[in-house]
Design a protein around this ligand. Structure first.
Ligand SMILES: [Zn+2]
Length: 351
């Protein structure tokens, strides 16, 4: 199913590009700019079972994207500058914001030198339990359990079930099934407990991913010292906020800001909702972010920015640079707004 979906998306992007439709549509659906979402920028890893590959692009591709954006004449701007342009409706020039989620070490080691060379501002949204080394990157723990075993047992809806996952195809299918089953759980606690138990059963150290992959506070301080960099909040524990009770959701946002301010001596004014789709962040979270005083908050719902987003600053859509579609022409189509307009049924305010 996942492979079929990728083929369909790729086909759509190709046809928008090769028919030239993206040129025709851009004035109508291209909006005033966009916020790009990135996770990892790192060399490709060996191995055929990489269900989280969509979250990483290669340094070569990233470099080409940044260079292409520069060449295309759009302004690469900070979140503060985007906020200014949207609130003052100073929208005569197209702009792009580059944003990195989670605070991975390769943001510092690989993406930062490329951006520094281009003088391009960017933001890093940090979930504070990651540098505190207490965070659970549960989607990676699930991947590791399936990668290491040829059969796993798990209680699903109260029934013990056994799943075979000896082949790469079985592993991919099982990951898809379990990942989306977990994402559909009504509470975040249930997701965490299930993966925590699974990891414990199969000897996967769930908190080790933080140390292996995420920046520590010292590395974050190094980035934060550069005026090109904006450090944003991304909650403490990286939960799907919409699945938390009211007060817990608010304190996740508030506490992450306080912790970052305490350690880096700069108060974050921008927020990214973890996971960020409709099931993770909705009207309650958008309102809470505004009440808590964040200047902007971003989702992962796909979309370009339009003038009316000046009035919806804590519900901003983004465009993801997805590791499954690493071609410059796909990025050009995405930034024309034509692909997201199609996905959103030609409603500019789908986010
Ligand atoms: Zn995240």
């Amino acid at each position: 199913m996942a492979a079929l979906k990728r083929t369909i998306v790729r086909g759509g992007l190709e046809s928008l590009y090769f028919t030239g439709a993206h040129h025709v549509l851009r004035p109508l659906v291209g909006g005033v700019g966009a916020i790009l979402t990135l996770h990892h920028v790192r060399p490709p890893r060996p191995g055929r079972f990489q269900p989280n590959r969509l979250l990483e692009i290669t340094p070569q591709f990233f470099s080409r994207v940044v260079h292409d954006l520069r060449e295309s004449g759009v302004d690469l701007v900070s979140l503060d500058e985007m906020h200014r342009r949207l609130t003052e409706q100073d929208l005569s020039r197209r702009f792009i914001c580059l944003t990195f989620d989670d605070g991975y070490r390769d943001t510092l080691q690989t993406a930062y030198p490329i951006l520094k060379k281009e003088g391009a501002p960017f933001a890093v949204y940090v979930a504070t339990s990651f540098p505190d080394r207490l965070g659970e990157l549960w989607w990676l723990a699930l991947e590791e359990v399936i990668a290491r075993n040829s059969r796993i047992g798990l209680a699903i809806d109260g029934r013990n079930q056994t799943f075979d996952c000896a082949t790469v195809a079985d592993k991919r299918a099982l990951y898809e099934e379990l990942y989306w089953w977990l994402r559909a759980r009504p509470t975040e606690a249930e997701v965490r407990e299930t993966v925590r138990n699974l990891a414990a059963c199969y000897c996967v150290d769930i908190v080790a991913f933080c140390k292996d992959l995420c920046m520590n506070w010292q590395e974050l301080a190094e980035l934060a010292a550069d005026p090109l960099v904006t450090i944003g909040a991304h909650t403490v524990n990286h939960p799907m906020l919409a699945k938390l009770p009211d007060q817990a959701a608010r304190s996740e946002m508030e506490m992450s800001r306080s912790v970052i301010e305490a350690v880096l001596a700069k108060r974050p004014e921008h927020l990214a909702f973890p996971v960020g789709d409709r099931t993770s962040a909705g009207p309650r979270e958008f309102a809470a972010a505004a009440q808590l005083g964040f200047k902007t908050a971003v989702t992962t719902q796909p979309g370009m920015l339009f003038p009316h987003h000046g009035k919806r600053l804590t519900a901003l859509p983004r465009i993801s640079l997805n590791g499954e579609y690493q071609r410059l022409r796909y990025v050009r189509v995405l930034l024309s707004g034509s692909a997201t307009a199609m996905w959103n049924g030609f409603r500019s305010d789908a986010a």
